[in-house]
Design a protein. Structure first.
Length: 76
């Protein structure tokens, strides 16, 4: 899969200011800078190809991906 231009388009949603809720790209950046994610359960939610890339990255760093939730409707 080639996803040129994949980026995080963060839109506010109910609960987005709760502790431990962050953007997918933001979490990926934190892990790259040394945040320990190994053994943590993570739900990756949003829209677009960045979700799969971030979930794969987190899993490679030891996170348990509990669910990937795509908000856009499926193709007919």
């Amino acid at each position: 899969m080639l996803a040129t231009g994949a980026r995080e388009g963060f839109l506010p949603f109910p609960g987005w200011t709760l502790p431990h809720v962050m953007g997918a790209g933001g979490l990926q950046a934190l892990v790259k800078s040394g945040l320990a994610i190994s053994g943590k359960r993570v739900v990756v939610a949003g829209s677009g190809p960045l979700l799969i890339a971030v979930a794969a990255y987190l899993r490679r760093h030891g996170a348990e991906i509990a669910m990937i939730c795509e908000q856009a409707p499926g193709l007919p």
